[in-house]
Design a protein around this ligand. Structure first.
Ligand SMILES: Nc1ncnc2c1ncn2[C@@H]1O[C@H](COP(=O)(O)OP(=O)(O)OP(=O)(O)O)[C@@H](O)[C@H]1O
Length: 444
């Protein structure tokens, strides 16, 4: 086994792998080029010796899976980043892969890949948990983690793409906590200008700025005894991050324009679609605040990563729509099922609900056909919505000009929400607005 000159001694590595396997199950380590560095005994047995150190993943798995895996690995997630299912050749079951990025700073460390066998029919028992429905075992395990985190009272950071249920999760954490009788307040840090966000969060005193005609308590005080949900926390400007950290450390706020600090008793649940660790590395987020917020990190998988949930969830939304009267949809036509299953769902469950509403209204009769699905289902993937992978694939390189196409894609992905689209692209709302106006200019 050649691990290169700098690697750990083979025996130490074998021991680490043994330990890893006893904690996380079958595990293998690969380098940045997806070449296998080492396999644990469990992984080796599971793969029936098909994969050997030195081999690339593509040599052991069918081409489609190797490509999917590479795409997921390139996305550079900090937590279990992808569950990829594929028929493992020669076996009646499917293999699920979860990868953890081992990169430290600029030094690419490759990935640890954890393997699990899932039965061909992975549809396990279903569960509806505080508005979140699933039949995916991984999601059900997440629900148990939410229950435990709720009881602990620790700060929770929820990570997931738009529409994956971050706010529902925050609400569940509140409802299941000892603060359930207190208020639940939510604020979207991407939707407000920095000064408005500051006064909305921390409050202001009368006369603090033009228009401040009376004192305002701010969300921290309004959420007293309860939970404050800070959505899209990564979009918070650095100076406000410093102020937020101070509030969390001192348990007190000083309203804008005020002198007195006022004590507050609030549990924070924060959410973001970004990898906070990467934001910290790039100087956009304070490391001390990240550690403060992510005492318990929770990762909500995208709908693409739990394809078994797509059709049952679509069916549930249709049932709700049928119950309103009017059209009664009883089943999907086979091509519609296929399109729903293959679509990348950049807007996740929220988008699925909207698509079902559209189709329910647009069509007639008991069978929902592919023609009733919205236009994006009939465009080639290259011009339609691509999987967003936490939105970051649509973010142009820093300093690169943002094209109108980038803006259109981001707007489609955020269902027309300009603040979120601008945040996704890493530009200000004003720049986004100007760019759209420039485009509209010649036409009127
Ligand atoms: N697992 C799920 N089961 C049923 N409905 C879901 C599920 N996940 C999300 N939804 C639906 O999607 C909607 C959006 O959920 P939520 O607001 O929690 O997402 P979010 O991740 O906070 O989105 P955003 O980041 O865009 O604010 C919910 O109102 C609900 O209808």
């Amino acid at each position: 086994m050649n691990l290169g000159g700098e690697g750990p001694p083979a025996e130490a590595l074998r021991q680490s792998l043994r330990a890893l396997e006893s904690l996380a199950g079958p595990t293998l380590l690969i380098d940045a080029q997806t070449r296998v560095l080492a396999l644990g005994a469990q992984a080796s047995a599971l793969l029936k010796g098909r994969l050997k150190p030195g081999q690339r993943l593509a040599e052991a798995f069918e081409a489609g899976l190797a490509e999917k895996l590479r795409t997921a690995l390139r996305a550079h997630e900090e937590l279990p980043l992808a569950s990829l299912e594929a028929a493992s050749p020669g076996a009646p079951s499917a293999l699920r892969l979860r990868a953890t990025d081992l990169t430290e700073g600029n030094r690419s460390g490759g990935w640890a890949i954890h393997l699990a066998v899932v039965p061909e029919d992975s549809g396990g028992p279903e569960e509806l948990f505080h508005g979140l429905w699933t039949q995916e075992p991984h999601m059900r395990r997440l629900f148990r983690t939410i229950e435990r985190a709720a009881r602990s009272g620790a700060s929770v950071l929820v990570r997931g793409e738009s529409g994956t249920g971050k706010e529902l999760t925050a609400h569940a954490l509140h409802t299941l906590s000892s603060r359930a009788k207190g208020p639940f307040r939510a604020i979207n840090c991407a939707a407000l200008s920095p000064s408005l966000l500051e006064s909305e969060l921390f409050g202001h005193v009368r006369g603090a700025f033009t228009g401040a005609v009376r004192d305002s308590p701010g969300h921290f005080r309004l959420a007293g005894g309860g939970t404050l949900f800070l959505d899209e926390v990564a979009e918070m400007p650095l100076e406000l991050q410093a102020k937020l950290l101070r509030v969390l450390e001192t348990h007190s706020v000083i309203p804008v324009g005020g002198r007195e600090s006022i004590s507050v008793d609030v549990r924070i649940v924060a959410a973001t679609h970004r990898a906070l660790r990467r934001e910290v590395e790039q100087g956009r987020f304070r490391a001390d605040l990240m550690y403060r917020l992510r005492v318990v990190p929770l990762f909500l998988p995208s709908l693409r990563e739990r394809p078994g949930d797509i059709l049952p969830l679509a069916g549930r939304f249709l049932k709700d729509l049928n119950a309103r009267g009017g059209r009664q949809v009883l089943r999907f036509a086979a091509p519609a099922r296929r399109l729903l299953q293959e679509y990348p769902w950049p807007g996740n469950v929220r988008e699925l609900r909207n698509v079902m509403e559209y189709a329910h209204v647009m069509g007639e009769g008991p069978v929902l056909s592919e023609a009733e699905l919205p236009p994006e289902f009939h465009e080639p993937l290259s011009v339609g919505l691509k999987p967003s992978n936490a939105g970051d694939t649509h973010r142009p390189a820093i300093g690169a000009p943002v094209s109108l196409d980038d803006i259109r894609r981001a707007l489609a992905q955020t269902q027309g929400n300009r603040a979120k689209a601008a945040a996704l692209l890493g530009i200000s709302r004003i720049t986004l607005w100007r760019r759209l106006r420039q485009d509209a200019g010649p036409r009127g």
